[in-house]
Design a protein around this ligand. Structure first.
Ligand code: TYD
Ligand code: MG
Length: 465
């Protein structure tokens, strides 16, 4: 006879314990542990039922589905999605509440539904609210001309039961469904409240199966909690095919859509949108927009940073002032503060510029952020330019890495940056001496070997004369 076994699992966070406890040690929820029974004989049956040959396949026996991507013809979205949505993939779009996730997805769906069948499950808002948003984004009222959306294969539902959603999808077989939001989906087979970890885990698992078995692409939205993670400690990120974050850059009305994970495309791809009165508008020429905001002044340098496959121009701004209090301050935003301190230390060592007796304030214009090593030379030039109070040559862009020994090093993908620089009429590129450039159609090149040559840009400095 099989021996009955059981364990206890928290419905909020899936914490498991052998004995029941009143307060979950993991999430501190009270009375949240449920008993889950399992018997040895059951487990034996499961293993006995498996027929190994049935579950193993040769590569040649695996059929390839037609993987033609679903294109929205919204360039920014398609690029972030890795060149369109892959049929049967599961995408999570995440961001703060009110950032524009529903607006973005509604607009994408409207475009896609001209060619594909789409069901939009709005578990968060009523259908009339969705319609209001639709009319707003279409910049026209559909009411007097009801039926004008007949040519769109776009259907809406306010179902929030997981089982109903799965049934509807199996029957209608749409190309794509949107679930807005996954945190409001209710799985009647789990006792936990919507949005709790065990609900999310189960919903994501069942939806993933739905996507793969029926070749239905799924886009789900998810809110970010106060701690900055998608509710359910990044749990969903592991389960889905792609994760896109919709964020607002600090000072702008610009929204950035960034791919954090993508099984079918490159990560860190970035798309730009402006929130207008009639919805989100893509900003295809973001570099033009960024350049219009730059000022040619001491302490400012232009660099180009690769975000996914896209070069983005950034204006680095440095302010170097003699130290006011005992310990020099380093107030740095948009870039790792240790990295700026490191470059200041390299310059101090080889050029004897006394940064350790100066406060350094450093930021990237427009509240942008970067981790790209191609900005090293730009950081060094911005610091020196502020220290000597002399601007760099106008329309020059710095593209090189610095080594701890004061050498200026080549970067990867220089040709992508060079092409963009040419498009935007940069007059010179400051690069490493041994940088290899494939295409010759570049602006004037200033090639440097060591940091000592940086002083040549500041002729009035003591060493540069
Ligand atoms: P929404 O898409 O509802 O955000 P989320 O789904 O991420 O919670 O966007 C809501 C915000 O966007 C709200 O503050 C109003 C603003 N908005 C516009 O400025 N213009 C528009 O055309 C729309 C539809 C919304
Ligand atoms: Mg929403």
């Amino acid at each position: 006879m099989s021996k009955a076994q059981s364990y206890f699992e928290c419905v909020q966070c899936s914490y498991q314990a052998i004995k029941w406890v009143g307060c979950c040690p993991e999430c501190k929820a009270w009375n949240s542990l449920d008993e889950i029974s399992t018997t040895k004989s059951n487990r034996k049956n499961v293993t006995a039922a498996i027929n190994a040959d049935k579950h193993l396949h040769k590569l040649s026996d695996i059929a390839l589905h037609d993987q033609k991507r679903i294109m929205s013809f919204c360039g920014e979205w398609d690029r972030v999605a890795g060149g369109g949505i892959v049929p049967g993939s599961f995408i999570l779009v995440s961001g703060d509440p009110g950032i524009g996730k529903s607006t973005l997805l509604l607009q994408i769906c409207t475009e896609l539904s001209k060619q594909h069948s789409i069901i939009y499950f709005s578990s968060e808002e009523s259908l009339s609210q969705v319609k209001l948003r639709f009319t707003r984004t279409q910049n026209k009222d559909l009411n007097p001309r009801l039926g004008k959306d007949d040519n769109l294969q776009l259907l809406f539902s306010d179902q929030c039961s997981l089982q109903s959603i799965i049934e509807i999808c199996k029957e209608k077989k749409p190309t794509l469904i949107v679930i807005d939001s996954i945190q409001n989906i209710i799985n009647s087979e789990t006792d936990a409240l919507p949005g709790t970890i065990s609900q999310l885990k189960e919903s994501a698992f069942r939806l993933m199966r739905l996507a793969k078995e029926n070749n239905i692409a799924i886009i789900a939205t998810g809110h970010i909690t106060k701690e900055g993670t998608i509710a359910g400690p990044k749990l969903l990120e592991h389960m889905v095919d792609a994760v896109f974050y919709l964020q607002k850059e600090d000072q702008w009305q610009t929204r950035t859509l960034r791919s954090i994970k993508n099984r079918f495309g490159s990560i860190n791809e970035i798309g730009f949108f402006h929130m207008k009165g009639d919805g989100l508008q893509e900003v295809a020429n973001i570099n033009q927009h960024l350049l219009e905001q730059t000022k040619h002044a001491p302490g400012s340098t232009l660099v180009s940073s690769l975000e996914g496959t896209r070069p983005i121009f950034l204006e680095l701004q440095a302010l170097v002032v003699p130290v006011k209090f005992g310990i020099p301050q380093r107030i740095i935003t948009g870039i790792d503060h240790k990295h700026v301190s490191l470059i200041a230390a390299i310059l101090e060592k080889y050029l004897h510029v006394p940064f350790s007796k100066h406060d350094i304030f450093f930021k990237i214009s427009g509240g942008m952020k970067t981790k790209d090593q191609t900005c090293d030379l730009g950081i060094a030039l911005a610091l020196l330019s502020s220290f000597f109070q002399q601007p760099l040559p106008a329309k020059a862009i710095a593209l090189a890495e610095l080594s701890l020994t004061g050498q200026i090093k080549p970067i990867y993908n220089i040709d992508i940056h060079a092409k963009e620089c040419k498009t935007f009429g940069f007059s010179s590129m400051i690069i490493a001496k041994d940088q290899v450039l494939n295409k010759q159609e570049t602006p004037t090149l200033k090639r440097l070997t060591t940091v000592h040559e940086l002083l040549l840009f500041f002729p009035e400095s003591e060493n540069g004369e």
